[in-house]
Design a protein around this ligand. Structure first.
Ligand SMILES: [Fe+2]
Ligand SMILES: [Fe+2]
Length: 254
């Protein structure tokens, strides 16, 4: 599938394009460091969100523990600055099969999609770290942007709407990431250009998986809720933002 075909549904789903002001800022070589570090953290966050969803809604304790153990070395790296690229080289695997809770109404499909997503995000994490290492960029902790918080703040407080809202937000974050990778790639050097283009296919699938799960679990039309988060997302992306991160808004200064 060509990139254009891949991106078409994403552009329809998102209510605005990345502002040119953001692209201008992201093109500047001095901003590459923060962009890569934030990207790497976002890959972990994506894996954690998916893990949280299956642990909360779909699996028994033993499977939940195996999921925690899977992500632990990556979390140690980000939050405790422990471990290195070579330590993470063969850590991307689950120690046991993940089994649905007998009383989970969501079960296997949620697990299958989210386990694949976690595997891919952790692989992306490793790839970003590899690129950082080869360029002598050292990891340091940075504050998250307003983006994800701005949406999560609006999640409904009762089930199953909480889960449905979280899945819709997941779809928006994945779709925006895909749109940003595609928009920014041509302005970067060959290595990063190729890397960002290589991420499009999986991020586009992640967006579709989240949306499909939201629709399936709701079992009814959710277009109003999708529209609500779509408007909110577009506002976070297109309104002025003093911060510069992978998902930040229109930069207030260049
Ligand atoms: Fe990713
Ligand atoms: Fe993703």
């Amino acid at each position: 599938m060509s990139h254009q075909l891949l991106l078409e549904p994403i552009h329809q789903f998102l209510q605005c394009k990345t502002p040119t002001g953001w692209i201008e800022k992201a093109k500047q070589p001095e901003n590459l460091e923060v962009l890569l570090i934030d990207h790497m953290i976002c890959e972990l966050k994506a894996a954690q969100t998916a893990m949280y969803l299956i642990r909360k809604y779909a699996v028994d304790k033993e499977s939940g523990d195996a999921l925690l153990a899977w992500l632990e070395p990556y979390e140690q790296f980000i939050y405790k600055k422990q471990g290195s690229l070579s330590d993470l080289a063969n850590k991307n695997r689950l120690s046991k099969q993940i089994i649905p809770k007998s009383d989970s109404p969501y079960g296997q499909d949620l697990i299958d999609k989210m386990v694949l997503l976690i595997k891919e995000e952790l692989h992306h994490f490793y790839q970003v770290l590899e690129i950082m290492e080869s360029r002598g960029i050292e990891y340091y902790s940075i504050k998250p942007s307003r983006y994800a918080k701005g949406m999560i703040r609006n999640v409904t407080s009762y089930e199953p709407n909480t889960l449905i809202d979280k899945l819709i937000i997941g779809a928006y974050i994945e779709a925006r990431s895909c749109e940003r990778f595609a928009t920014l790639a041509p302005y970067l050097d060959d290595e990063l250009n190729n890397f960002y283009v290589s991420l499009l296919r999986s991020e586009a699938r992640h967006y579709q998986d989240y949306l499909a799960l939201a629709e399936q679990i709701a079992g009814e039309d959710i277009s109003d809720r999708v529209k609500f988060f779509g408007e909110l997302e577009a506002q976070l992306i297109s309104s002025p933002d003093e911060d510069f991160k992978f998902h930040s808004g229109e930069p207030t200064q260049q």
